[in-house]
Design a protein around this ligand. Structure first.
Ligand code: B16
Ligand code: MG
Length: 222
């Protein structure tokens, strides 16, 4: 069967590891400190969004304006809260079937990349021994533009040496699916369809993916 897809690109938080929960709890703790409103609905809009732009979404929702310096100070506090959660991270936090999926595509000759907006992605990969599952790792330290900008996925494709239309992205964020589409790539949404109306295909259980079909055909025209 022809392989139209030559690379699978995985987002980290909410796709490989349930660290999305800890990002939300970090922001929630900061919001509670400051007396700001932050519910799970707003929390979903922060998925995939880089640190300062995520804070700006919370500020706008609460009608708060801050100087740049203060934004950075508060974003640093959220990061400390998030990193405190990471201290207890274990294989219990892995998305079920994610590691098996990555190994299965590698066995089929498909290249793999990790593409995360998070500057903490390396810490998570090291803590769980995941780094060697990927031919390329691109994190928040390598990019200057937040999703939905396609930068993180285009750098991944370049490092893999695979053209964008032959890449397939797994993403849990609305902004991440937008970024994959903006990169001209195939995209699979990880999570409920109502949260990811822009995803060409949605899954919650990786075991249900028809892997050979996905490699042969992707998710339609990228
Ligand atoms: P940090 P992903 C994203 O990671 C998270 O979804 C998002 O919640 C977070 O704000 C962003 O990374 C930046 O993370 O503050 O650790 O640099 O989903 O792209 O793997
Ligand atoms: Mg994510």
């Amino acid at each position: 069967m022809p392989q139209n897809v030559q690379a699978f690109i995985f987002d980290l938080d909410g796709v490989v590891v349930f660290t999305d929960k800890y990002h939300y709890l970090g922001w929630k703790k900061l919001a509670d400190d400051q007396g700001w409103e932050l519910d799970e609905y707003l929390g979903h809009q922060l998925r995939g969004v880089s640190r300062i732009p995520a804070l700006e979404i919370i500020l706008e929702h609460n009608g708060v304006e801050l100087l740049e310096e203060e934004k950075h100070r508060l974003a640093d506090i959220k990061n400390e809260y998030y990193r405190a959660f990471l201290q207890d991270i274990s294989t219990n936090d892995l998305y079920p079937g994610a590691v098996e999926l990555i190994k299965a595509v590698r066995e089929r000759g498909v290249r793999t990349a990790l593409a995360s907006a998070s500057k903490n992605a390396g810490t998570v990969l090291d803590a769980l021994g995941l780094t060697l599952l990927f031919d390329a790792v691109v994190t928040g330290n390598d990019i200057s533009r937040s999703k939905p900008d396609p930068e993180v996925f285009l750098i991944s494709a370049e490092r893999l040496g695979v053209s964008p239309e032959r890449c397939l992205v797994f993403e849990d964020a609305y902004s991440g699916i937008e970024a994959a589409i903006n990169a001209g790539m195939h995209a699979v949404g990880v999570g409920d369809r109502e949260r990811l109306p822009n995803a060409p295909l949605c899954v919650t259980d990786y075991g249900e993916l028809a892997l050979d079909d996905l490699i042969a055909r992707g998710t339609g025209t990228p």
